[in-house]
Design a protein around this ligand. Structure first.
Ligand code: ATP
Ligand code: MG
Length: 558
């Protein structure tokens, strides 16, 4: 992995220069989500960047809801966004809303009209689009472009007063219909929309467009470095034009590449479709690339921040491998997850020379990577479960698990040897009869016997039945949004597999938010659907990258 943290990214370099040469003493950034959905892993990059900058350099970051579109925005989204930003480990200085500035933005619009730099156009949106021209041909001016300042003021005030229906008029900047940048060809600044807004209610029936709201909100908040994604590069000219002509605080816009990961979609609109059309159970379905989905799946804030650091800040778009995100969560969970034993596909082992009803408990470390995590006691017994695939009747060489006549260690307990294989009428193995070495107890083994394999196990009498939800990629292709047809045609129908597990009893006290490593299996966490003695665990990620291995195998076979 490249050591990204040691070198500055290009935005940090700009800021370091700005601070060095005295342009600023401290900086202000903002994270500006539109509250029209839940945050996803792409947003995490923007959050880590904006908040990270003001951790590294003097200054602060605002959380600003870009709520200028009354149709799609909801308070539920506002609350979830705040929860997710905090969960990721960041705290904003001020919570702001573009709608807080509607009065101020209206005043700005009046200023532009008075300066002859904006006019009310009676054209429909189709007419405006038709007269926009092409990158090589100039657009056509609207007949309303030369209205007097008085007439424009009167019409704009009446737009605000609700005298006109939706779409009948707009306020446009008066720039240049032949401008090489199409966005500068008299862009629309305000539109009429008789709609209820989640914060301002029915006070407004005109709403500012993105360009009229965003830069001005930045300026009102004295944002020094306004960071957005690359699709806004052409907007920068308009951003600067408005600030200059309004003679307000000069915020500056910088752009970086959107971060998207493979085998999923990162667009709130598409994610909303998955929710509404019930392809997933909700925004926090553990298969979703949303922050809330990742949290429920068992990802930690540390792992997501590490992922964002590692992919860094780029100037060119590329699809990031979800394998890297999984690598980051494995790295972190290895340090913090509590080790537990769960058998998924059990076969019963009877330890023939072990005392009946002995009630022995063995001690096992909670996490060998973290001595402070202590140890727990696990009941041992005459009858235990091991994984069916940890036994082979006719093993190949170098098979170190259980086989007839072969010995293995049961984790934190004894060495056992398989003496007899019992099968049912159908020829399926039903029991393994083993003997144990009483002097081989882990930690004080005096048996002198060395074995290579260690198996996880649970005592049959004490096993707790749990449900385990195993997740796979939500989509079958790397970039569903760029495939032909509907992105939903590429959904992986097998992205959820529900299996049973037999868990050691300490998992009865598992709590939401705790992370576990089920030995030799993967990382898991309790799901919120658990209740009334029903334990449901989500598989966060397998222990090793089985997927990459499978891929390798198939490509070798090919
Ligand atoms: P979506 O298409 O998912 O709705 P958006 O850009 O419209 O994305 P916003 O709520 O407007 O979503 O985004 C808030 C901030 O997060 C913006 O500054 C935006 O540039 C940034 N952002 C959104 N998606 C990504 C991404 N995939 N990678 C990096 N930054 C992103
Ligand atoms: Mg948006």
């Amino acid at each position: 992995m490249p050591a990204e943290e040691t070198s500055l990214n290009f935005i940090e370099e700009i800021i370091e220069q700005d601070l060095k040469n005295g342009k600023y003493k401290s900086i202000v950034t903002r994270f500006p989500p539109e509250p029209n959905g839940y945050l996803h892993i792409g947003h995490a990059s923007s959050i880590c960047l904006n908040f990270g900058l003001t951790k590294k350099f003097p200054g602060y970051t605002n959380l600003r809801f870009d709520d200028t579109n009354p149709m799609t925005e909801e308070t539920e989204y506002v609350e979830s966004i705040k929860e997710d930003v905090r969960w990721l480990g960041f705290e904003w200085k001020n919570e702001r809303y573009a709608s807080d500035y509607f009065d101020q933005l209206y005043e700005f619009a009046l200023t532009l009209i008075q300066k002859g730099l904006a006019y009310v156009d009676d054209s429909s949106s189709e007419m405006i689009a038709n007269r926009k021209g092409t990158p090589t041909e100039p657009g056509k001016e609207s007949a309303d472009r030369n209205r007097s300042v008085e007439e424009n003021l009167d019409l704009f005030k009446r737009m605000k007063a609700g005298e006109f229906p939706d779409g009948s008029r707009t306020l446009r900047a008066r720039i240049d219909m032949a401008h090489h940048n199409m966005l500068m060809r008299d862009p629309v600044l305000y539109r009429i929309k008789h709609a209820h807004h989640h914060r301002t209610g029915d006070k407004w029936c005109i709403y500012p467009m993105y360009d009229m709201a965003h830069g001005q909100s930045d300026s009102i908040e004295n944002v020094t470095h306004s960071i957005c994604t690359l699709e806004f590069v052409p907007h920068r000219e308009l951003y600067d034009w408005l600030i200059k002509n309004l003679e307000i605080y000069p915020s500056h816009q910088y752009e970086f590449a959107r971060r998207n990961i493979n085998y999923t979609v990162t667009s709130k609109r598409k994610l909303l479709q998955l929710v509404n059309e019930k392809y997933v159970t909700g925004w926090d379905d553990p298969r979703m690339p949303t922050i809330s989905g990742l949290r429920r799946r068992g990802f930690t804030p540390e792992s997501i921040r590490d992922f964002c650091d590692r992919i860094g800040v780029a100037k060119r778009e590329n699809l990031v491998d979800v394998g890297l995100l999984e690598f980051c969560v494995r790295e972190h969970l290895n340090k913090v997850a509590l080790r537990r034993m769960v058998v998924f596909d059990p076969v019963k082992v009877i330890i023939t020379n072990y005392q009946e009803n002995h009630n022995e408990k063995v001690k096992s470390e909670n996490n060998p990577e973290d001595v402070s995590s202590g140890a727990r006691e696990i009941p041992f017994g005459k009858e235990i479960y091991i994984e069916r695939d940890d036994f082979m009747e006719n093993p190949p060489k170098k098979y170190f698990r259980l086989a007839p006549g072969q010995m293995v260690r049961l984790k934190s307990a004894y060495i056992i040897k398989c003496d007899e294989v019992i099968k049912d009428a159908g020829g399926r193995i039903s029991e393994l009869h083993c003997s144990y070495l009483p002097d081989s107890h882990s930690g004080h083994d005096t048996s002198g016997v060395k074995v290579k394999g260690t198996l996880h196990w649970v005592s049959v009498n004490d096993a707790v039945e749990v449900e385990v939800r195993e997740y796979d990629r939500l989509f079958k292709v790397e970039d569903p949004a760029s495939e032909a047809g509907d992105f939903k045609d590429y959904i992986n129908e097998n992205s959820l597999k529900i299996v049973k597990g037999y868990a050691e009893p300490s998992l009865l006290s598992a709590a939401l938010g705790e992370h576990f490593q089920f030995l030799r299996k993967g990382y898991y966490c309790l799901d919120k659907d658990s209740d009334n003695g029903k334990f449901i665990f989500n598989r966060t990620v397998t222990l090793k990258d089985v997927w990459a291995k499978e891929q390798q195998k198939t490509s070798v076979q090919k």
